[in-house]
Design a binder for this molecule. Sequence first.
Ligand SMILES: NC(=O)c1ccc[n+]([C@@H]2O[C@H](COP(=O)([O-])OP(=O)(O)OC[C@H]3O[C@@H](n4cnc5c(N)ncnc54)[C@H](OP(=O)(O)O)[C@@H]3O)[C@@H](O)[C@H]2O)c1
Length: 298
Amino acid sequence: MRILITGARGLIGTALVERLTGAGHDIVTLTRSDADTGRGHYAWNPETGECDIRALRAVDVIVHLAGENIGARRWTPEQKRRLRDSRIKSTALLVDTISRLDHRPRVLVSASAVGYYGNRGDELLTETSAPGGGFLSDLCRDWEAEAMKAMPLGLRVVCTRTGMVLSRHGGTLERLFPMFRIGLGGSLGSGNQYWSWITLQDAVRAIEFAITGDRITGPVNVVSPNPVTNAEFTKSLARVLHRPAIFPVPAPILRLALGEMADSLVLAGQRAVAARLTDAGFCFEHPDLSSAFRAILG
Ligand SMILES: NC(=O)c1ccc[n+]([C@@H]2O[C@H](COP(=O)([O-])OP(=O)(O)OC[C@H]3O[C@@H](n4cnc5c(N)ncnc54)[C@H](OP(=O)(O)O)[C@@H]3O)[C@@H](O)[C@H]2O)c1
């Protein structure tokens, strides 16, 4: 298949390109970086609404991963605008460009996040659970609604409500790892908040599964079958590294360091389970956290 990927140079995109190329697919990308265009890489700018339509010609599938990194900077009003616009405007731009094609792709797999569910304590969350409230939840709901506008254009649309993607090369684990490696790790806040996690390898396999699984449509939780509390996550990581984890970080310190992000991302939790993936027969390479850490950390 010819597959267009946005955000292809990010954490998930890089691994996805490698996997899909290895499986023999022809990959093209849309990027904001002019320096990288040419040889299958096309330019777009979701902020100004520009998109090189040649990127979408003869494409079978679009995987839309682009968006300003959620955890990279403090959430000032300007940063929150960027987080929203980079997802909602980019999705709207894709759908508008698709509508102008004579030959449309068959599938759109568009990223979303378990942040859709808001802060939900220990409630088990499947794809049919109601959305939560707050900035991230509203953002995910609007982002998915924008992607679903491709359905009346004849595309099968899948929104991948992704949990915390575990990798040595980016995301939360990369940030936590240095402290844990020197024995200064500990739980965050109460440690009771649930973290729905998935290894990068399984996240990429799940996207591939969504591309090829003709019956999969709508929201799909891209998380392992075993979400854990932050305290369990902490204990498991410390055990695999043979280090203590006796330095909890109190919530007020996290709020001071991270601002609003602390309550929305770190101290909040979702206990999301992979109901649709499991029902559709997806097999996880890393269903439990210890095996995931061992595979990632070697
Ligand atoms: N990683 C996770 O744990 C996780 C969890 C839940 C959901 N997700 C979602 O999955 C998607 C991919 O995640 P990721 O971790 O691979 O992201 P990432 O590493 O931050 O990469 C995202 C890509 O999006 C593009 N981008 C960045 N800022 C942008 C902006 N302001 N406007 C338009 N495009 C922009 C960049 O591509 P160019 O520079 O080439 O344009 C970048 O490579 C994201 O939408 C993310 O919210 C990720």
